[in-house]
Write a new protein. Structure first.
Length: 119
């Protein structure tokens, strides 16, 4: 009998769906689990709203602010804030567009959704 086996125990984050070390997961009321990475990004999003502190880049693809090509009429490099299952995420334009299309059910009935012609 070979006893050289390893058991890896992880807990799945409800927000990014990745298996994380149990020491890197926050247990929220209602049984949801939030990994430290998702918590940190949520905190950055809240600081963006409360203090105007710009996060390092896109939460989804990891694109850094300095590398972003998109510039709006004011000369800013826009980031988009989306609520996702009770936490906020900060996305670049490309990832924001993909998320909006994926979650048309949330945006369809809003003024923004109508302006994007979401079906």
């Amino acid at each position: 009998m070979n006893l050289n086996c390893h058991v890896v125990i992880t807990e799945k984050c409800h927000y990014c769906s990745k298996g994380r070390n149990p020491h890197e997961v926050i247990h929220l009321p209602g049984g949801k689990l939030l990994c430290n990475r998702c918590y940190e990004w949520h905190r950055r999003a809240m600081n963006l709203l409360a203090k105007g502190e710009v996060p390092p880049g896109c939460q989804e693809c990891g694109l850094k602010i300095e590398a972003m090509q998109e510039v709006n009429a004011r000369g800013d490099k826009p980031l988009y804030l989306h609520p996702k299952d009770g936490v906020y995420q900060v996305l670049c334009g490309k990832c924001s567009d993909a998320y909006v299309q994926k979650r048309a059910d949330l945006y369809r009935s809003t003024q923004y959704g109508r302006s994007q012609k979401l079906i």
